[in-house]
Design a protein. Structure first.
Length: 513
């Protein structure tokens, strides 16, 4: 971990700043909404039931689902806003519930005494009820703080920036150092903010101004220090370009490769890593990101919904026309390598079982079925829901009842097939671990699997920026299959950070000026 510490620390101001910005603004708005609503609800029984019920329902929605829903509702908007809205919604219930409980817990005799002194309803609220309910209310803020700070680590798939970027990238590239670093810093942030809010809670109970000052100044220092980096970025020179990438090693490397090229051309790259693929496409359509690398087979099957397959060149031509005509997205071309799906197993097993093609694999599955066993296939969870898997089964007569599919993170599939937990895995053909683990990729004589060339895409707005197009176009055709495999292996097995692997890959490219 310690050899990666300098690079991990290099991203800390940005990720910590993004995390604090999201958490602070969500809590602030949540407070502004929940307290007035709690005051109203505490005076009307039906409103109490309704507001707490709605807030409770929101709380039950899974975090990632709510984040994705926000992107859809906001029509492809990514990054801060969908994350902010989702986190604000999550903050409502604890603050709202404690506001209601605190206000209802005020001794009725004190309220009657205040009314007897001639106080108005407003005066009673601000001079009697809220001061007495304040410790309970701050307790709700404390709960909301821990909840929001923790949930903010999940905003990465929607293009948000937080300490979760460390965690997601570490999990996706089997980098325990990055994962541990992100977890530790996120936990420390949660503990620090929790304890500072606790000081305010204790101060309210004891009526202690010194404690309130310590807690308040402490929170201001945390917020101010964390927000320094996000604010400083607005004053950086150079035109901005948003670069997006998906949630696996190769995409992280390509994100850094594009950023490296853009930085060299005078741009200020804004990198959004680990985004969900569907959200990337939506964001590209709505000009929320400027450029990304996707794969021809993905666009062909998932976006265009095509069931027939063409050769590699014809596929790229077809998707280029489709994207341009439908959404104004421009495909600059293939980077030069293909990252297709491929069924793989240890070469020694392939020789022993005489399985070298998908037809042989279907035969083996049938033989196992006669013995009362199932062929175990491990792969990315999304693959077994995709058209490619249905096409493979149809093309080779592979029966559903003869196989047992095991959905897992792609990173874990290699260890699973090496230790015989599964018989075969669905691998990516540009993955360097295929050679490292001495796997054989089965041939596909029926052409059931489509080509998956890595293609460079620009949003409609980005395509109208000549300098941006000029900066990125030279990358087309420059990344070989061997070079990409080596870069992936550097991260997945040698423990390199993606940026370092991207720098090495960039150095191997031909003349691109």
């Amino acid at each position: 971990m310690f050899d990666q510490l300098p690079e991990l620390l290099q991203n800390l101001p940005r990720y910590l700043g993004g995390h604090i910005l999201l958490s602070a603004t969500a809590l602030g708005v949540g407070l502004l909404v929940s307290v007035p609503l709690g005051v109203l609800a505490s005076r009307r029984a039906r409103l109490t039931e309704w507001t707490l019920g709605v807030a409770g329902v929101i709380q039950t929605v899974p975090s990632l689902a709510l984040l994705a829903l926000m992107v859809i509702v906001l029509q492809g908007l990514i990054g801060f806003w969908p994350a902010f809205i989702a986190l604000t919604l999550y903050s409502l219930l604890p603050i709202l519930a404690n506001t209601v409980v605190g206000l209802k817990g005020v001794d009725p005799a004190l309220i009657e005494a205040a009314r007897g002194l001639g106080m108005s309803e407003r005066q009673m609220l601000f001079r009697v009820q809220l001061p007495l309910a304040l410790p309970v209310l701050i307790g709700g803020i404390r709960t909301a703080t821990v909840l929001v700070v923790g949930t903010a680590t999940l905003v990465t798939p929607v293009g948000g920036e937080s300490l979760g970027n460390y965690i997601f990238s570490g999990l996706e590239s089997m980098n325990p150092a990055a994962t541990a670093f992100g977890c530790v810093v996120a936990a420390l942030l949660a503990v620090v903010m929790d304890q500072l809010v606790r000081l305010l809670e204790v101060a309210a109970r004891r009526r202690s101004r010194p404690l309130a000052w310590v807690g308040g100044v402490g929170l201001l220092l945390v917020f101010g220090g964390g927000l320094a980096a996000p604010l400083a970025r607005h004053f950086e020179r150079g035109p901005s370009a948003v670069v997006a990438s998906g949630p696996f090693t190769e995409q992280h490397i390509l994100n850094d490769l594009l950023a490296r090229r853009l930085r060299e051309a005078g741009f200020r790259p804004d990198q959004r890593v680990g985004m969900s693929e569907g959200i990337q496409i939506e964001a590209l359509r709505h000009n929320q990101i400027d450029c990304m690398v996707n794969y021809s087979g993905n666009i062909w099957t998932l976006v265009m919904k095509r069931k027939d397959f063409l050769d590699r060149g014809a596929t790229i031509d077809a998707i280029s026309r489709y994207l341009a005509e439908k959404d104004g997205i421009v495909c600059l071309g293939s980077l030069g390598f293909e990252d297709a799906y491929g069924f793989a197993l240890p070469a020694r097993q392939a020789d022993r079982l005489t399985v070298h093609s998908l037809a042989d694999l279907a035969r083996l599955a049938g033989e196992r079925a006669k013995q009362g066993k199932k062929l175990k296939i491990g792969g990315d969870s999304q693959f077994f829901e995709r058209p490619e898997w249905r096409r493979v089964k149809a093309a080779y007569g592979l029966k559903e009842e003869d196989v047992e599919t095991k959905a897992m993170e792609p990173t874990f599939t290699y260890g699973a097939v090496e230790s015989d937990q599964v018989d075969v895995i669905v691998a990516y053909t540009s993955d360097g671990r295929i050679a490292y683990y001495h796997l054989e990729v089965l041939s596909d004589p029926e052409g059931a699997l489509p080509p998956y060339d890595a293609v460079l895409l620009l949003s409609p707005e980005a395509a109208t920026r000549p300098e941006l197009v000029k900066a990125l176009r030279p990358l087309v055709g420059q990344v070989s299959q061997a070079a990409m495999r080596q870069a992936n292996l550097r991260v997945d097995k040698d423990g390199w950070m993606p940026r370092r692997a991207a720098e090495e890959l960039y150095g191997k490219l031909g003349h691109i000026d």
